[in-house]
Write a protein that binds this ligand. Structure first.
Ligand code: CLR
Length: 385
């Protein structure tokens, strides 16, 4: 039944929200939603999903061969999907609308060194407000593994679902014992947000995303219920040696459901388990990003503190009052910058129009577009005391 999961008092507001998304396409971030669907967490916290299994991230550095390393990268990537795309349903009952980050919003965190895996550090900066773009760097320095990327979304509406095209990509680099640096280009899947009619949104992934390095091309195809395995959250990863490496490296096919387990279905490891995320995950520890270790006013949990409190405690008047304060402050800052002829300086990233790594590796997988802009990490974190 329509609006089944919506609190009765908010049903008409949900209905008008659904009507409006059918007509507004492109950017959903600033649309007004009924309170039941609001999340108290900003999108700047989302890059932490890349490392909910820090041991899989660090294990990428511990592999002996290119083939094993590629498999470790794919395993880490697939193991992040459960957190990225199903965790709000688990923690909050459905997918929710995250807080829309302001320009310059920051998030810092880490995962501790346990069992010699090394500490992993996280830094996130909102590098654009219109359209919203989030850049991040995640690094395990002791292992020499680093992920740098940015995300934006283009939304449209089709057949009762929101379709989210993810713009942006990530590059994973590994310092090898030989002194060389191995690079992996990572692109992102398309999302479909279903369950809107009932007021219980959830994500299904579709189309194909890629992981490409000099020696390997991995295409990951996503299907939902009713497609190749008939199961929700299904994927099929096909790893093939890049041109010139066919004689020395094996091909592999892996199939399963990304929120549970998968196994090799073709190649030398056929029948063996590949990934398994049915166990626990490790949340990031938020830390203050200043030299003092304190949280500055632009750090997400500080900035949104009152709004988040309002949403958590059901005081939506306070939440919307506090949200207006933040928005007015932003408008004033943009006006002042315009008047002064200045621009908000990014703290940790430099924007450039093309990414040579994307161009070089993207060709191997024939991915489009053939080039993309990127945010270069300034390597200025953590601050030196
Ligand atoms: C952000 C980047 C992360 C993966 C990810 C997961 C959920 C996505 C989010 C990204 C972008 C914003 C998003 C969200 C799900 C819902 C939300 C698309 C891609 C939209 C803006 C809110 C829609 C509102 C309905 C829930 C009513 O790595």
């Amino acid at each position: 039944q329509a609006g089944e999961a919506v609190p009765p008092a908010q049903r008409s507001s949900w209905a008008s929200f659904l009507k409006s998304i059918a007509s507004v396409s492109g950017d959903l971030s600033s649309m007004t939603c009924p309170p039941f669907i609001l999340s108290p967490v900003s999108l700047t916290e989302f890059p932490a999903y890349w490392c909910e299994h820090p041991e899989l991230f660090s294990a990428i550095a511990d592999q002996g061969t290119e083939e094993q390393r590629m498999l470790a990268v794919v395993k880490w990537f697939i193991s992040t999907l459960k957190g990225q795309y199903t965790s709000r349903n688990e923690s909050m009952g459905s997918e929710k609308k995250p807080l829309n980050p302001v320009l310059g919003e920051l998030f810092y965190g880490n995962w501790p060194d346990v069992n010699g895996r090394g500490e992993t550090e996280l830094l996130v900066e909102q590098v654009s407000h219109h359209p919203p773009i989030t850049a991040y760097a995640i690094e395990n320095k002791s292992k020499g593994v680093k992920l740098v990327g940015h995300n934006a979304q283009k939304t449209s509406f089709s057949g009762g679902s929101i379709i989210v095209k993810q713009i942006g990509h990530a590059t994973l680099t590994i310092k090898l014992p030989s002194g060389d640096v191995a690079e992996y280009l990572i692109t992102l899947p398309r999302l479909r947000i279903d369950g809107l009619w009932y007021g219980a949104p959830y994500i299904e992934l579709s189309e194909t995303s890629w992981i490409i390095c000099k020696e390997y091309v991995c295409a990951i195809e996503y299907k939902g219920k009713g497609y190749f395995s008939g199961k929700t959250h299904s994927f099929k990863a096909t790893l093939t040696p890049a041109p010139g490496f066919g004689g020395t490296l094996g091909s592999h096919v892996i199939e399963g459901t990304w929120h549970t387990t998968s196994k090799f279905t073709s190649g030398p490891k056929t029948g063996l388990e590949f990934h398994n995320v049915t166990g626990p995950k490790e949340e990031v520890t938020a830390i203050g990003g200043q030299t003092s270790g304190e949280m500055g006013e632009f750090e997400t949990r500080q900035l949104w503190k009152q709004v988040a409190k309002g949403i958590r405690e059901g005081d939506f008047d306070m939440a919307s009052r506090e949200k207006s304060k933040i928005e007015n402050d932003q408008r004033q800052r943009r006006k002042d910058e315009l008047a002064a002829g200045t621009k908000w300086p990014l703290k940790h990233f430099d924007h450039v129009d093309s990414d040579p790594t994307y161009e070089r590796l993207g060709k191997l997988g024939k991915i489009t577009p053939v080039t993309e802009d990127m945010y270069v990490f300034k390597e200025n974190w953590p601050p030196v005391a």
